[in-house]
Design a protein around this ligand. Structure first.
Ligand code: NAD
Length: 381
């Protein structure tokens, strides 16, 4: 089996899908790994490192794509690159099948088999493959550093000869993996932190990190699905959260927002009114920009200033920490790839496997994921 990794196409994408350590593990399993020259330049893997790990460096990407069996990527390859792959070839990466279902058409028409890393079940068995959690950990950490860098005050409580400096107050909305990491990072920097989420289970996690959990009475409605993900709330339920957030925003120095509902627009939690009530110099870092944003004033990918409040909505924060992001992603994708391999290194796709099946979007040109099929149908209307 021939596995390939090429340089990521999107501007600003610094991560690499496979790092030399993972290449070493794969090569000993009997596969060949081909890496486009320069793939790891930004993520700490030189061509020489890949060669030392047992990979072959390729200068001609087109030739490499023509003959590859499995293409590993971080973001979805361009249509141009996908068009080079032979029918039956396998693509694995963050393919955004629910957010951009239209883009799956190329995979279908080319008779490819595609696995979306964002669909890996959040099960104990699949923990080592959970790339969403890996990236969210990095994003949560980095969001706090961005806020701290932009804030015109310090985070910790300081008692100096010139007097006492009060700690910064940080509010984190959405206490999933990214939110919890943001809370932990802000606490390490010495801030007083509050967290908010609609899932009751999140309260315990927030408190265990030394932050205060803000609770809203939603009248006992269902806020999460069987998989533990938040569900889309009614406007009335959302308004209760918005009112509480507006009140707390007035005394908060930095708000980090990370609320997401899989396959849906991100919930709007910070209204224009809440922004208007914040102190000039306060900072909002909206981590949900790629799905519409949690803050009414956010502009995905941009930084805007409203009445002295700085609102940032970075779109690919994980790529600003390329070494560790690539290291974690490479281990995640390698662990998943091993589920698709016989001991002899041959490809084996068992769609009845409880990790392989749910992760598969398209199998030899057929859509095999119900949620993706529904998203495609809606997009076609
Ligand atoms: P996510 O990125 O889908 O969403 C981030 C957070 O936003 C979630 O905590 C969600 O509850 C919250 N949210 C959604 N709508 C909201 C609203 N209106 N107001 C406030 N908050 C809102 O979440 P994630 O980090 O991917 O985690 C999703 C779930 O998966 C969680 O239950 C998490 O504990 C679980 N998980 C399990 C494992 C595992 O068992 N292996 C690993 C990672 C995550």
């Amino acid at each position: 089996m021939k596995i390939a990794v090429v340089r990521e196409a999107p501007a600003g994408e610094t991560r690499a899908a496979l790092m030399p350590d993972s290449v070493r593990a794969l090569v000993t399993s009997g596969v060949t790994v081909h890496v486009e020259s320069g793939t790891g330049d930004a993520s700490g893997g030189s061509d020489a490192d890949y060669v030392a790990a047992g990979a072959q460096i390729e200068r001609d990407k087109t030739e490499l794509l023509d003959s590859v069996d499995v293409l590993l990527c971080v973001s979805r390859p361009s249509d141009h690159d996908l068009a080079r792959l032979h029918a039956g070839a396998v693509v694995i990466g963050f393919l955004r099948p629910l957010d951009e279902p239209d883009a799956m058409v190329q995979l279908i028409e080319r008779n490819l088999t595609a696995f979306a890393m964002e669909l890996i079940p959040r099960s104990t068995r699949a923990q080592s493959m959970d790339a969403l959690s890996s990236m969210a950990t990095i994003v949560g950490y980095k969001s706090v550093l961005l806020a701290a860098e932009r804030l015109p005050r310090m985070f910790p409580l300081l008692m100096t000869a010139a007097g006492t400096i009060a700690p910064a107050r940080v509010l984190v909305l959405g206490a999933g993996v990214a939110g919890l990491q943001a809370i932990a990072t802000a606490r390490r920097l010495g801030a007083v932190v509050e967290g908010y989420d609609v899932r009751a289970a999140a309260g315990e996690h927030v408190r265990s990190l030394g932050a205060k959990f803000l609770q809203v009475d939603l009248g006992g409605i269902q806020t999460e699905d069987a998989g533990g993900y938040a569900v889309e709330l009614s406007d009335e339920a959302l308004n209760r959260g918005r009112d509480l957030i507006t009140k707390h925003a007035r005394t908060t120095d930095a708000i980090i927002t990370s609320a997401q509902v899989p396959g849906k627009r991100a919930p709007l939690l910070v209204t224009e009114e809440a922004v208007a009530g914040m102190k000039p110099g306060s900072v909002i870092v909206d981590l949900a920009g790629s799905t519409g944003g949690n803050c009414a004033a956010s502009r995905p990918g941009e930084t805007v200033v409203r009445n002295g409040v700085v609102i940032m909505s970075p779109l690919n924060l994980a790529a600003t920490v390329p070494v560790h992001a690539s290291q974690l992603y490479s281990r995640n994708i390698t662990a998943f790839l091993k589920l698709l391999m016989e001991d002899t290194g041959e490809l084996k796709i068992d769609l009845t496997d409880d990790v392989v099946g749910p992760t598969c979007v398209v199998h030899q040109g057929e859509v095999v994921n119900g949620r993706v099929a529904a998203a495609l149908e809606t997009a076609a209307r």
